[in-house]
Ligand binder design. Sequence first.
Ligand code: NAP
Ligand code: ZN
Ligand code: ZN
Length: 347
Amino acid sequence: MKSHGYAAHDAKSALVPFDFERREPGPKDVVVEIAYCGICHSDIHQARNEWNQSIYPMVPGHEIVGHVSAVGAEVTRFKVGDRAGVGVMVDSCRVCPNCKANAEPYCEKGMVGTYNAKDYDGNLMFGGYANNIVVDERYVHTISPKLDLAAVAPLLCAGITTYSPLKHWKVGPGTKVGVVGLGGLGHLGLKFAHAMGAYVVQFTTSESKIADAKKLGADEVVITKNADEMAKHAGTLDFILDCVSAPHDLNEYLNLLRLNGVLCLVGLPEVPLPVAPFAIVANRRSLSGSMIGGMAETQEMLDYCAEKGIVSDIELTTVDKLEEAYARVVKADVKYRFVIDLASLKK
Ligand code: NAP
Ligand code: ZN
Ligand code: ZN
């Protein structure tokens, strides 16, 4: 099937218009005409080969929303015209214990990523900075008509990546939660932790974000360079969700955890982050990590957002301004997620 989008051809150059082919839709496939796609920091890490695993040409984008334009004969959950969302993965083996436990991101065969990945037949996958996408309906999500479609897009990656660990570690009333980094992931982590009933402390390097953090649900905001503000929370947090995209000192945050506290990394800086043994031995702390979430949990998160009226705070942008958007994300200067209006592809 013919597709058109924007691609990176190497780690250094700007993304440029790109014509390519996707597979012909099969009986279980849904074709989504893409309306909006979020810009995740992972798009930038990968377009610029910061994780040393990039495959070019690369059409980034895994926060995809739009409308169904065609369905295969065996598709049961979608019809033409329906809203649909596609996130970070588009296939998995479906039979391993992790897939069977609805934990498809941890598929033993390896999940098939939406882009910068090959499917099980070896075909290169292309993401959502494009006019359309073909995906097996098992990996497509339904979206409530109650929510603003553009503002839903970031839920497909940033939303589920923060919702899943907050649920896994049972954040709720009576827990004191720290969210580190107020970016795309962080601002949704903050909204979710607040909505789940936790007491939330937002950690940020940006003084300009203090007022927003409070509006988004933070009970307290800490400017991380102020040692006395950090020290005030030493040994008191039950759970910390670390959403920082760049290298930073984990030990400063580990020291804030109480007995049995957990620091969960969702941010993926490109270098190892040293851990001081004393920082985890004290208070029997745990350092963990988490990926997106399974298909069922992603749908649960989208339905929870419809019920609670949660969406991303977004800045709409266009395909001709990708470089500017990337530069601003890297500077932590976006409130709080860029979303590409794919109607701009037609111009
Ligand atoms: P983002 O919008 O750029 O947010 C990152 C935030 O980190 C910034 O807003 C900033 O917050 C803080 N930050 C940036 N540079 C920093 C530095 N040098 N020191 C301290 N803090 C800094 O990125 P995102 O899209 O939310 O993604 C965050 C990370 O999660 C990325 O590494 C991304 O690849 C990763 N990710 C992982 C998964 C997963 O499955 N685990 C899924 C999606 C994304 P303040 O201004 O508040 O300090
Ligand atoms: Zn992402
Ligand atoms: Zn599997």
